[in-house]
Write a protein that binds this ligand. Structure first.
Ligand SMILES: N[C@@H](CCC(=O)N[C@@H](CS)C(=O)NCC(=O)O)C(=O)O
Length: 274
C-alpha cells in the first residue's frame, strides 16, 4: 500500500504528486495534512515526520521522507516512464540540479512567498496569535527565516539570498538549454524538471518570473513545455484556484521592488553572464 501524506498547496508535496502522475501510478492513498489547521503537529503525524513537514510517503508501513527522495523512490518503484537518465554520469549530473533546488531554491521561493503573501496575513494578527503560529515549529532556521521575512520584507537578508538563488538557478537553466535541448538533461524529461516545477510555478503564481526570465527566452520556452506536461495539470501544480488571485495580487505589489533588488544584486555579485 502506497500512502502519501501531503498538503495540496505545498510546493514540496506537489513534487511527489507530479512524480506519481509522471509514473502513471494511481493506486496511492491520499492522506491530507492541512498545514493551516496545524495537522502537521498532530502527535501521530510527528511520529511519521518529526520535522512536522509534508510530504511523507508510507509504503507498506515503511516511511520515506524528503520530497526529492520520495520522487526518486517512486521512479525506482516502476520501470515504465523512467525519470532518471540511464547513463550514470548524466544521472549524477541530474542530481546536481535537485541538490541545488533543495539547498537554495526552496528557501528562496519560501522566503519570497512569505515576503509577498504571508507577511500581510501575519502582520494583521495580534502578537499572541503570531507567536502561536510559530510555536510548535521544530526547525529553528525555518522560524527565523519566516520571522525575518515577515518583519523585514524585502529588506530581509533571506529575500536577497532568494534573489541570488534564483538568479543562479535560472542562469544555469538558460546555459544548459543553449545547445537546443528540450529538457535539462537532454531529450528526456527527468526528475530535474519534476523537482523544480512546483517551485517555479509558485514564482509564476506570484507574478515574479519576469524578474528573471525577461532576458532568458530559452528558459521561458522550457517552462512552457514543463507546464504543458499532462502531469502538471494532473498534479495541480501551482497556486490552487482559490489562492491564485491573492497570490497574483500580493506578488504584483512587490515585483517592482524585487526587480530593483535584483539589479542591485547583479551590480555587486554577477560574475557569469547568462
Ligand atoms: N526538505 C523537505 C521540506 C519539506 C517542507 O518544508 N514542507 C513544507 C511545505 S512545502 C512544510 O511542511 N511546512 C510546514 C510548516 O511550515 O509548518 C522536503 O523537501 O520534503
Amino acid at each position: 500500500m502506497l500512502e502519501l501524506y501531503y498538503y495540496e498547496n505545498s510546493i514540496c508535496s506537489e513534487r511527489a504528486v507530479m512524480a506519481l502522475a509522471e509514473k502513471r501510478i494511481d493506486d496511492w492513498l491520499p492522506r491530507h495534512i492541512d498545514l493551516f489547521k496545524r495537522e502537521q503537529f498532530n502527535p501521530a503525524y510527528l511520529k511519521l515526520n518529526p520535522k512536522a513537514q509534508v510530504p511523507t510517503l508510507v509504503h507498506d508501513g515503511e516511511i520515506i521522507r524528503e520530497s526529492a527522495i520520495i520522487c526518486d523512490y517512486l521512479d525506482d518503484l516502476r520501470l515504465e516512464h523512467p525519470l532518471k537518465p540511464k547513463d550514470r554520469i548524466k544521472a549524477a549530473q541530474m542530481q546536481e540540479w535537485i541538490s541545488e533546488a533543495d539547498a537554495a531554491s526552496f528557501q528562496g521561493v519560501a522566503s519570497l512567498s512569505f515576503v509577498a503573501v504571508f507577511r500581510a496575513k501575519l502582520m494583521a494578527m495580534s502578537e499572541a496569535d503570531r507567536n502561536a503560529y510559530w510555536a510548535g515549529q521544530t526547525d529553528i532556521e525555518r522560524t527565523q527565516r519566516q520571522q525575518s521575512c515577515v518583519f523585514e520584507g524585502l529588506d530581509s537578508p533571506y529575500a536577497i539570498r532568494a534573489v541570488a538563488a534564483w538568479e543562479r538557478m535560472f542562469g544555469n537553466i538558460e546555459r544548459a538549454l543553449a545547445d537546443g535541448r528540450p529538457w535539462l538533461m537532454g531529450d528526456a524529461f527527468t526528475l530535474a524538471e519534476v523537482n523544480l516545477a512546483p517551485f517555479i510555478a509558485r514564482l509564476d503564481g506570484l507574478r515574479m518570473l519576469p524578474v528573471w526570465l525577461d532576458e532568458r527566452p530559452r528558459t521561458r520556452a522550457w517552462w512552457a513545455r514543463v507546464q504543458a506536461r499532462p502531469s502538471y495539470a494532473q498534479a495541480r501544480v501551482g497556486p490552487s484556484a482559490d489562492e491564485a488571485a491573492s497570490y497574483a495580487r500580493e506578488g504584483a505589489k512587490v515585483v517592482d521592488d524585487l526587480r530593483r533588488r535584483r539589479a542591485d544584486y547583479l551590480v555587486q555579485y554577477d560574475r557569469v553572464s547568462a
